[in-house]
Design a protein around this ligand. Structure first.
Ligand SMILES: Nc1ncnc2c1ncn2[C@@H]1O[C@H](COP(=O)(O)OP(=O)(O)OP(=O)(O)O)[C@@H](O)[C@H]1O
Ligand SMILES: [Mg+2]
Length: 363
């Protein structure tokens, strides 16, 4: 029997799938993913000021996850927006909301005995969308091909059914005894299931990708939400859609799980290498700043350059690091020493930690 794409998928089975087999190929990938994630986690634990670089990774992740939804912002625009309050572009604002949503989810989970609750997931989507969006309560949501309008998938209907499915998913996430599968495999299953339930009118992809990272934290695989997972999905987006469909229509869990494990392997490597490069750059920058500024070297200024790579004199003043005159002297010296580059946009001059920006933009 062929799957009817226009019919709400109310027969969506509960997790775990009954016919999922851990093939040798999957087990090999699993071992590799665990190893790389372990290395990444070790690296994060050893970071001198972990929150700083983690914030950058989270912002990068937010950017790519939002790009999957065609919310595209440039690195420059995004980091400028992070410096400003208000007046940022629509896309940059969306990315910043995504980051906030991730942190909201994390803090709720930590406050609720490490449980990832449906209420929290609703709060996440509300933060992303900056609206009071809730579980779908009217029929009519369908996923369509953007080019020809053809229906690709119709998620379950209506509210009661969706709530039941979510309750089962919540148990699968939080009660480890339901299945003995490895958490990394479970992450892949959970992501599919969440997308197939598609509980909201919009924001399901982004919310589901936040759940991925939160689940890794919940399971103790990462102690911080520091994985640049959406960069892989953004790069292999067509496959991502096609494989989700493969599970629904052909029960092809194998290829879906392989895809997610590969994403974990590749992005754990990528994230670790970015963090290492950032650490190196930070050390170099610190040394250079000490040479250039001598006794007036300021550690908080260094930290700020790696938090908000688009600096302004007013910001340094506002953060209470120095008065205007000192701030301006610092920045001038750092420009002369090629540590920062000035960039004038409208009436504001930004002092850009351009080496950090280059590092973030390169792949
Ligand atoms: N055939 C499918 N079956 C189930 N889920 C799908 C299918 N195709 C795509 N999806 C999921 O739906 C998401 C899009 O849904 P929605 O527009 O609600 O989310 P979004 O966060 O606004 O968008 P995006 O995921 O594009 O960022 C995709 O990211 C994907 O995770
Ligand atoms: Mg959308």
């Amino acid at each position: 029997m062929t799957f009817n794409r226009a019919q709400p998928n109310n027969d969506l089975p509960k997790l775990p799938p009954t016919d999922f087999v851990e093939s040798p190929e999957i087990l090999r990938h699993l071992a590799k993913a665990s190893r790389y994630l372990g290395e990444l986690n070790g690296l994060c634990a050893a970071l001198p000021d972990s929150q700083l670089l983690i914030n950058i990774v989270v912002l990068q992740e937010s950017k790519d996850s939002s790009a999957i939804e065609n919310i595209v912002t440039t690195q420059d625009e995004l980091y400028k927006a992070a410096t400003e309050e208000g007046g940022e572009s629509y896309a940059a604002k969306e990315v910043l909301s995504y980051r906030e949503a991730l942190y909201v989810g994390l803090s709720r989970m930590r406050a609720q005995q490490n449980l990832l609750r449906i209420n929290t997931i609703v709060e996440i989507v509300q933060t992303i969308k900056r609206s009071n969006i809730g579980i779908r309560n009217v029929p009519g949501t369908a996923l369509k091909n953007a080019i020809n309008g053809e229906i690709i998938y119709t998620p379950p209907c209506c509210e009661d059914t969706i709530r039941e499915m979510l309750a089962a998913l919540e148990r699968f996430i939080n009660e480890s005894e339901i299945s003995t599968l490895d958490p990394l495999i479970k992450m892949a299953l959970i992501h599919y299931q969440f997308e197939a339930i598609h509980p909201f009118i919009d924001g399901n992809g982004r919310t589901g990708r936040i759940v991925n990272v939160l689940y890794l934290v919940q399971q103790g695989i990462l102690s911080q939400p520091v994985l640049y997972l959406s960069s892989y999905i953004a790069k292999y987006k067509a496959e991502y859609y096609q494989l989700l469909r493969g599970v629904t229509e052909k029960n092809n869990w194998h290829d879906w799980v392989m895809y997610m494990l590969t994403a974990l392997i590749e992005t754990a490597k990528l994230t670790a290498s970015k963090i290492k490069s950032m650490l190196l750059l930070k050390d170099e920058t610190e040394n250079k700043m000490k040479q250039v500024l001598g006794a007036s070297f300021n550690f908080d200024l260094l930290q700020l350059m790696f938090t908000l790579p688009y600096l302004k004199i007013e910001l340094i003043e506002k953060m209470g690091l120095a008065h205007r005159q000192t701030a301006s002297t610092w920045l001038k010296k750092l420009v002369d020493a090629d540590v920062l580059k000035p960039q004038k946009i409208a009436r504001t001059t930004y002092f850009v930690n351009y080496k950090l920006m280059e590092l973030l933009t390169s792949n």
